[in-house]
Design a protein around this ligand. Sequence first.
Ligand code: NAD
Length: 430
Amino acid sequence: MTSSAVQPGPPAPPGHEENAYRTAVAQFDAVAERLHLERSVAEVLRSPKRELTVNFPVQMDNGTVRIFTGHRVQHNEARGPVKGGIRYHPAVTIDEVRALAMWMTWKCAVVNLPFGGAKGGVAVDPRGLSLSELENLTRRYAAEISIIIGPERDIPAPDMGTDARIMAWIMDTFSMNVGHSVPGVVTGKPLSIGGSQGRVEATGRGLLYITQEATRAAGHALDEATIAVQGFGNVGATTARLMIAAGARVVAVSDVAGGIYRATGFSWEELQPALERHALLQDVVQGVDKLTNEELLALPVDVLVPAALEGQITERNAASIRARLVVEGANGPTTPEGDAILAANGIPVVPDILANAGGVVVSYFEWVQDLQSFFWEEDEVNVKLHRIMTRAFNEVSALQAREGVTMREAANMLGVGRVAEAFLTRGIFP
Ligand code: NAD
């Protein structure tokens, strides 16, 4: 097999440690070596299978037309149709989407779903658009990528900057183009059009289950733990709410503007208005200590949950982390250099591809329900989610103990190993 056209991500320029593709490729290369993957197999697995970049016009409210750039990357489909979120964020690049697609492949394999990985994104700040501009942009982007998505091929879902309403527009646009309703083309939809009970909070709930397992394995109880959560969106806010409900002390939370801290912990009633009003935590929760995101990351808590974006724990600040355990809610919040420092300091990290997999697990349930047109109760969803998350945690922990590696290395070994096995079993066409 000849060398692939897709080369490893570029080295990180000084001050830009957060090139997610560089992180993803570095992690993959380390695990490929550990698994003794044949060079040609490693090249196939590290290369995105299909990449689509679209530049498309959107009619703005003031009558002007703006051009936006979007991507959809399908990383690997050895284990089944590909699946992954769509991100609306000004910093979206093809490299970031490639990294996120690759992580989705390993994540789906770690929790043993019959999916490969994909990801999409548009470089846009959705907060700067009116509702009709957001709808125009979404429908046009959906139409542009509709040539490669579909319930048997590639099933998008929400990610940063996108939500159930946006999934509804994508589902409707795709359905209009084919002439009939296709609920299974996206997950994370509203319940009224084929969404699943429990999907909105699934990533946070999965994080809760994983944190319960991880603290129990370390000999602590979650209801005695102090928690700091970076990010107060779908993942961060749900995690904070469920941790508080489980009896843990959430002492700090933050959003893009900074965070709030109280040693005795927050109640959900205090935090909820910030979520409901889409307002900043520091503006809504008064009379408490304010802190920067950097200060939040360095708090001496039992559990630190980075749930905002990638590249947060790096060479620059990893030595200041004093948490006893890091549970990654975001994708790629720790760079390889940051990871090495945490490992040297004896701080265990439950990696993203295990910790935040609850979202894609319930997305899988939603897809199954859509295909069968037969819908489950919330209890049923949560019981099945718990079973899958705890099984994956136990499998990763057993591999970690057997191989004497970090939890990230073990999760990567499990995920990459399963994808390699599927690829080798299928063989190469023709
Ligand atoms: P979101 O858009 O709902 O929320 C993002 C949060 O991060 C917001 O509170 C925002 O204010 C905050 N934020 C943005 N920039 C920040 C910065 N520089 N510093 C601190 N906070 C900042 O996004 P989300 O869906 O909660 O996703 C968060 C992370 O979790 C992403 O990495 C995403 O890929 C990952 N993830 C999401 C899901 C899901 O189901 N939504 C599933 C798995 C992983």
